[in-house]
Design a protein around this ligand. Structure first.
Ligand SMILES: O=C(O)C1=C[C@@H](OP(=O)(O)O)[C@@H](O)[C@H](O)C1
Ligand SMILES: C=C(OP(=O)(O)O)C(=O)O
Length: 429
């Protein structure tokens, strides 16, 4: 197994340009593929999750051309129905490809199979399948009930009734229904049953759908209605913002190791909920400034303050807070993150295990984690990353606390940020 030794660099400053947002890249590709007309998608993320969506859309008969060797792509929309009616799709561990494609393909009157890596087959999808079945979809589990892989067959779809969906395991199920159901051209009502987690991701979905011409009326987070007769129409061009979750590692770096560290590509104008990570960092005492398209963080003179916070709205960037907590002045509690258990790995358990390796005292609850930093961090801890890009990226912050750290299998960052460690090394020590 490959290992990366990060030597201590207790001072860090500089500016980096963020890679494109994963959430915006994959939503935009799907909407552009389904729309009528041609869309120029600018600054698409280059990573495994996006390659899975691109590969699947091409197999489904969508023409997508890269502009030279840029990250700009021209997508020829199919106007509502994929031309290929039989396909086997492998989608790695990309939730933002798997869930929305399941919903779209369930309406396509074709024979499709969707599978992923072993971990994807442990990530729940039953709530989405149940909702699609209410609309008449024919979806079968090929392995364990409630989990991928899936087989989809042609079916009579009737989206005219209220479609209930549970939202307490993943918001991606609601996102998938919202993006797919306008394809029926019927009037659609989706009702969230119980609690909805990760709400800001729904805002990203609604924002992008609106840019492709489909308006959703909503009553709070409970009821979403789409009037009949709407269909996706290309806006011509979409620019993908920088990834706000990827920004979190660099902003935390500035807050821990002096700074200022500036990220370019997201700011006040962002549609991503994870820009709110900057607010949490500010509550920890960091100095934050923000422009329309950049954010900058510096360390407070007296060090970071410990917090007790609910981070349900920023589940991905919340992991960065868990590791930044090692540099805080007391015990930090991160609450309401039970969804960590069903992501790339069981992140509550993985985070607790690895934080203990650097000497922290950690309490792991069903839906929270409580972290007390040690008097001195343990040097050269070998951090396992569980094929989870965010485990690898967050634990790089330990080196900025003056302690060398070893990251096992660093290439797992390829899911969303293949050159993460090179970009981190480009900051001035
Ligand atoms: O819709 C999206 O783009 C995402 C939603 C979130 O998942 P959950 O809704 O499962 O929390 C987030 O963790 C994931 O990385 C991306
Ligand atoms: C949870 C994540 O990914 P996915 O889109 O596969 O759910 C993540 O990127 O942290």
């Amino acid at each position: 197994m490959e290992q990366l030794l990060l030597s201590p660099s207790p001072r860090l400053s500089g500016t980096i340009r963020l890679p494109g947002s994963k959430s915006i890249s994959n939503r935009t590709l799907l909407l552009a593929a389904l729309a009528q007309g041609k869309t120029l998608v600018r600054e698409l993320l280059d990573s495994d999750d996006i390659r899975h969506m691109l590969g699947a859309l091409r197999l489904l008969g969508v023409t997508i051309e890269q502009v030279g060797d840029s990250r700009d792509f021209v997508v020829q929309g199919v106007g509502g129905a994929f031309p290929v009616k039989q396909a086997e799709l492998f989608l790695g561990n990309a939730g933002t490809a798997f869930r929305p494609l399941t919903a779209a393909l369930a309406l396509m009157q074709g024979e499709y199979q969707l599978s992923g890596v072993a971990r994807m087959h442990e990530r729940p999808i039953g709530d989405l399948v149940d909702a699609l079945r209410v609309a008449g979809a024919d979806i079968r589990y090929l392995g364990n009930a409630g989990f991928p892989p899936l087989a989809i067959a042609p079916a009579t779809i009737d989206a005219g009734r209220v479609i209930p969906v549970k939202g307490n395991v993943s918001s991606q199920f609601l996102t998938a229904l919202l993006m797919a159901l306008p394809l029926t051209s019927e009037a659609v009502t989706i009702e969230v049953v119980g609690e909805l987690i990760s709400k800001p991701y729904i805002e990203i979905t609604l924002n992008l759908m609106a840019r492709f011409g489909v308006k959703v009326e909503r009553q709070g987070w409970q009821r979403f209605t789409i009037a009949a007769g709407q269909s996706y129409l290309s806006p011509g061009e979409i620019h993908v913002e920088g990834d706000a979750s990827s920004a979190s590692y660099f902003l935390a770096a500035g807050a821990i190791a002096g700074g200022p560290v500036r990220v370019e590509g997201v700011g006040r104008d962002s549609i991503q909920g994870d820009v709110k990570f900057a607010d949490t960092l500010r509550e920890m005492g960091a100095t934050i400034s923000m422009g329309d398209n950049w954010i900058e963080a510096s360390a407070p003179a007296g060090g970071l303050k410990a917090l007790d916070v609910d981070l349900n709205h920023i589940p991905d960037a919340a992991m960065t807070i868990a590791v930044a907590a090692l540099a805080a002045d007391g015990t930090t509690t991160i609450r309401n993150v039970e969804s960590w258990r069903v992501k790339e790995t069981d992140r509550l358990s993985a985070m607790a295990t690895e934080l203990r390796k650097v000497g922290a005292t950690v309490e792991e609850g069903r839906d929270y984690i409580r972290i007390t930093p040690p008097a001195a961090l343990t040097p050269n801890a070998e951090i396992d990353t569980y094929d989870d890009h965010r485990m690898a990226m967050c634990f790089s912050l330990v080196a900025l606390m003056g302690t060398p750290v070893v990251i096992n299998d660093p290439k797992c960052v390829a899911k969303t940020f293949p050159d993460y460690f090179e970009v981190l090394a480009s900051l001035t020590r």
